[in-house]
Write a protein that binds this ligand. Sequence first.
Ligand code: FES
Ligand SMILES: [Fe+2]
Length: 366
Amino acid sequence: MLDISGQIAERIDAGRTLPAGWYVGRDVLEEERRLIFERSWQYVGRTDQLQAPGDYLTATIGNIPVVVARHPDGGLRGFVNVCRHRCAEVVLGPGHRKVLQCHYHAWSYDLDGALVSAPRSDREADFDPAAFGLLPVAVDSWPPFVFVHVGSDPVPLPDYLGELPGRMRSDGVDVDNLEFRQHGEWEVAANWKVVVENFDECYHCPVAHPSFSRVMEVDPVGYRLEEGDWWSRAVTGIRRSARGADAELPYPLSGRLVRGQFGFVWPNFTVVQNPGPDNLMAFWFVPDGPERTRVVMDYWFGRDVPDETAQQLVDFNVVVGREDQVLVESVQRGLRSGRVSEGRLLLDSEHLIQHFHRLVHRCLAG
Ligand code: FES
Ligand SMILES: [Fe+2]
């Protein structure tokens, strides 16, 4: 059990970071899986992967495999993806099935989770299929994002997301005009919280992101930070010098969007819109171990955005991402040293990190 005593709440209030030891231990990650990931709404995939009845996708939340499927009634259904026979995962990967058939001994479940066939079960005198349905989990979407909550009594997703979808819409996100174009993944050698913290501030942008800082305002006056219960957002504008005809830009800024916005949904999901042509990017930071994070990336673009422009925006994002990777892996080595027990935030620029730390502390404290 993690020691969450030692006035950590007071230290967070005073702008201290979480204890360095919370970023390196496997025991801490196991607590986080149980108390954070298994008790929050988690991004699992895209609505376009679940269009036809029988389309399904799988994910793992904390330690819990889940499957989400499109039901013939048009709704989404979510289940713990663990077979009631001997606990294999029922289905692997994404796919399309009328029934979810386990790959081990072919027990089959319909899209309501009911066990509809179990080979040779008729030879058992007291076998009651009704007792062995898949266990349901909550599923909902903020199109094009699909979320699952494996805990009991989840806050409804619209309440959890609060004002974030509306604010992102009013600053340019038009999901009806977006189409999915690309998926990518990469691994970084840093604890997932270091990756979130890096996303939650742009204090480092003028120092570490030259191309980003050529496009967007990164000074504290132009870069606005907002927070709600379970979300936060940074909003900024196009840099004045980027508007000039001879500005050297990493991608063409011509387009409808005049703001960059960086939304965060507790605990590990982010939504990014860059200024310029219609675009939307989702980054999901999944812990792969105490000191490893898998960054899952999905990219959407306006239907009229040419592939070449879309690729320039993806490349722009990759450059920024590689710059961030150097930073977070460096922080991880510093945390692992054990010589500096905590950091000290500059709250004017980094209060979204404090917001994140309060949520981490609150959840780990139960
Ligand atoms: S474990 Fe699924 S059918 Fe045996
Ligand atoms: Fe960054």
